[in-house]
Write a protein that binds this ligand. Sequence first.
Ligand code: AMP
Length: 125
Amino acid sequence: MPIDATQPYDDQNIFAKILRGEIPNRTVYEDEWALAFHDINPQAPDHVLVIPKGAYVCWDDFSAKASDAEIAGFTRAVGHVARELGLVEPGYRLLANTGFDAHQEVPHLHVHIFGGKPLGPMLVR
Ligand code: AMP
């Protein structure tokens, strides 16, 4: 069920549990600001999720409330992961589903990195 982007942060969400080490993940990269791990249900040959270490529901919450250091650290982590995956030259897609119409399911901000094949048009009509 998609989430409401304006809901308060729920520290029992699955990505909060991953950050606390309560459930496993296939980590690609971790630093002070972000954790990147393989999506459990990949939609492309490369499908990695990057999440901030801070407790933010979605892109709206993060862009409004995160510190400049958190935003810079998270943004740099996303770029670093894409480079480490070798996706810059072939190209890749970033996606941050936000709220109900975007079908965001996990209420902790995550940026999807998709790559590894031509990804086609942006949206299915
Ligand atoms: P979204 O629809 O943008 O909220 O996407 C949530 C994503 O989280 C989906 O692509 C799921 O496959 C992925 N996902 C859910 N649980 C896990 C998990 N435990 N480990 C890795 N990815 C997950």
